[in-house]
Write a protein that binds this ligand. Structure first.
Ligand code: PYC
Length: 309
């Protein structure tokens, strides 16, 4: 299996170029569902240890169903599919540029939750025009074991997020473990107290927003598998922008600099969406190719499908 690894502002992506399963044709959403249903071992073999890591997102390139798209891409992490992924889209753009498959300029990519546009600025920098994002619920009050009442918003940015400014600890790298434990409790409270995204969707990401010296805000983002995003999380920042826009705290085309828990940054803005309350976020960030590799799977390797937690 041929892969190219990259990191986007610290968060890793592995693009699968060949050796992936044949998902047939159909919409990207249908093919993503087939990937999750029938090819769990393939996904776990790519992203779990010993070949992967807890933070790694796989990006399976597939033929697009829309002829004006440069590629179709299905994202998956250590526990399942991701609808969209901002950091992995920037990583995929930089990987496609590295391969000479795209040149500087605009290109469309088809994802299971819609078409996104990438604007390749240089071999290391790209902007992603994300799917429309919106806030579903404002000021949700959660009772969280050990933390008391936590208030936050539920919003869509290509994935589902609970976003709160009620911080259990300061957002510094030394607190990553307690922040991870606290956000896992918040996610459990969301589940137990019956909060979901549209159509009963699992709210699988939790974002803590705090002050920053160098940016408009710093965040800590809990990802579905329990790891934290090293980058400022493209879809999470999109969901935050939808909340800021809904509150009148950010105007169309006004710049927002979002810093991650490790200090890496995205520069964002939004344009109005197709209806009131919806926005189209644009995420600008950098990525670097870190490896070109061939993954090997020996017949007698007991961990060929990865080490399941
Ligand atoms: O950048 O959208 C993102 C993302 C989601 C999970 C990890 N990164």
């Amino acid at each position: 299996m041929r892969v190219i690894d990259s990191h986007t502002e610290g968060e890793p992506t592995r693009v699968i170029l060949s050796g992936g399963p044949d998902l047939g044709m159909g919409s990207l959403a249908e093919r993503a569902e087939r990937l999750a249903r029938e090819h769990g071992d393939f996904c776990s073999s790519v992203v779990l240890e010993p070949r992967g890591s807890e933070a790694l997102v796989g990006a399976l390139l597939v033929p697009p169903s829309q002829p004006d798209c440069a590629a179709g891409v299905i994202y998956f992490n250590t526990v399942g599919n991701l609808g969209m992924c901002g950091h992995a889209t920037i990583g995929t753009a930089i990987t496609l540029a590295h391969l000479g498959r795209i040149a500087p300029g605009q290109h469309r990519l088809e994802t299971p939750v819609g078409v996104v546009t990438i604007d390749l600025h240089s071999p290391q920098e790209a902007s992603v025009t994300n799917v429309e994002s919106y806030r579903l619920h404002k000021d949700v009050r959660l009772e969280v074991e050990g933390l008391g009442t936590i208030r936050g918003d539920i919003a869509w940015g290509g994935n589902w997020f609970f976003i709160t400014r009620d911080l259990p600890r300061a957002l510094v790298p030394a607190h990553i473990e307690p922040l991870r434990a606290a956000t896992l409790r918040i996610r459990t409270a969301l589940e137990v107290q019956g909060w979901t995204g549209t159509g009963g969707a699992w709210i699988d990401h939790v974002v803590l927003i705090g002050p920053s010296q160098q940016a408009d805000a710093r965040n800590f983002v809990l990802c579905p598998g329990g790891s934290h995003d090293r980058s400022p999380c493209g879809t999470g920042s999109s969901a935050l922008l939808a909340c800021l826009a809904a509150d009148g705290a950010l105007s169309p085309r006004q710049e927002w600099v979002q810093e991650s828990i490790i200090g890496s940054r995205y520069v964002l803005h939004f344009n109005p969406g197709s209806e009131v309350g919806r926005i189209v976020p644009v995420i600008r960030g950098r990525a670097w190719v870190t490896a070109e590799a061939e993954l090997k799977f020996a017949a007698d390797d007991p961990y060929a499908a990865g080490i399941r937690p």
